[in-house]
Design a protein. Structure first.
Length: 370
């Protein structure tokens, strides 16, 4: 009997212990991005303090005062209904909390107005709180259409990849793919979506793209919308999709740097100076021979002719003497010299010729000696 009593007691104790944890978990799940204002009403020229909690840590947020908006329906006209010039950016701390002053200005459309706070980068999140601009016109909101209402049923993704041309600066392109469902009571024919790309803290540039088809009530369809960046774009981008004035999806997109363009400029800086140098050297080579010909004096063909004559007169070594003598021109004997009296025939005779006959008076005779 005691064992049966202990079991319910243990269950009761465990329930008491787990009840606070369950309450904290449900509170954390219910908690989301929240915004509070120091004043619910202020005039133009004043300022209010906007504080928030439950946001992503270290998230960049944008605060705007928007007209024709309520927390239930959101900003109907999008950011075109807000005071974009007087908006303020703020970054949350490590706990997702922020606090900053916001100047009060009249929105371009009548109130009801809200202070709209939304993330700039990363996962999409927003929060609105009621605010009244003193002295500004107030008009009822346009009636909500009972037509079909589209909602995103699946996570968005970017299909596609960069090619070789993108590496050389061609525009990067992707396809934004998501599935929507019609939660209304009437079909939606040819819905028009707005696709925008943003870089850093800049606002998206929206582009209208129409889906060709009809989405029946309770039906769903896969939407594929092309997205393209400008040529040479690189860095961290964010692709957003908006329908009916509300942002329904947001997807990050990292684009690599086009290194091919950098390589092209490096090669251009090397090739162009080299080409200019080659052209300059070609011009110098064309002008240099003409100047040299003017400074040398006689033409080149005359110099070649003279060198040919000198070469013919120089005896050729390595041949027999007979051939050299045969090749040498024969000189004719002078007519007033006989072969015997030719001065050139008496080898080794250096003095003048004289008579060596026995009858010479200077030559002693044998008779005289006797």
């Amino acid at each position: 009997m005691s064992g049966k009593v202990r079991i319910p007691a243990l269950v009761a104790v465990l329930a008491l212990l787990l009840l606070p944890l369950a309450g904290a978990t449900s509170a954390a799940a219910a908690s989301g991005p929240r915004v509070k204002l120091s004043k619910s009403q202020a005039g133009t020229g004043g300022s209010i303090t906007v504080s928030g909690s439950g946001w992503r840590p270290h998230a960049l947020l944008m605060m705007l005062i928007c007209g024709q908006a309520t927390p239930a329906r959101g900003v109907i006209g999008g950011t075109n209904s807000c005071v974009n010039a007087d908006g303020r950016a703020v970054t949350t701390d490590a706990k997702g909390i922020f606090s900053k002053k916001l100047p009060v200005s009249e929105p371009p459309v009548p109130c009801p107005c809200v202070v709209h706070v939304a993330t700039v980068t990363g996962a999409s999140a927003s929060a609105d709180t009621v605010f009244q601009v003193a002295g500004h016109a107030v008009e009822p909101l346009p009636a909500e259409s009972s037509a079909g209402r589209l909602s995103v049923l699946s996570d968005t993704r970017l299909d596609g990849s960069s090619g070789l041309l993108t590496w050389f600066g061609a525009p990067a392109s992707r396809t934004l793919v998501f599935t929507v469902g019609n939660a209304g009571s009437s079909p939606v024919k040819n819905p028009v979506f707005q696709v925008g790309t943003s870089h850093g803290v800049f606002a998206p540039q929206w582009d209208d793209q129409q889906f060709s088809g009809t989405i029946a009530p309770g039906g769903k369809a896969e939407i594929r919308l092309p997205v393209e960046l400008s040529a040479g774009a690189h860095g961290d981008y964010s692709v957003s999709m908006k329908y009916g004035g509300r942002v329904l999806a947001e997807e990050p997109w990292g684009v690599g740097r086009p290194w091919g363009v950098t390589l092209f400029w490096i090669l251009l800086c090397v090739v162009v100076p080299a080409a200019v140098f080659r052209i300059g050297m070609a011009v110098v080579d064309r002008l240099r021979p003409r100047k040299a010909a003017r400074s040398m004096g006689p033409p080149r063909h005359r110099a070649l002719h003279m060198s040919a004559q000198v070469t013919q007169r120089i005896p050729k070594f390595g041949k027999p003497a007979d051939s050299q003598e045969a090749a040498a021109p024969t000189t004719s004997t002078l007519p007033w010299f006989t072969p015997d009296s030719d001065p050139g025939t008496a080898a080794g005779r250096l003095s003048a010729p004289h008579d060596d006959s026995p009858t010479s008076p200077t030559t002693p005779t044998r008779k005289g000696l006797t």
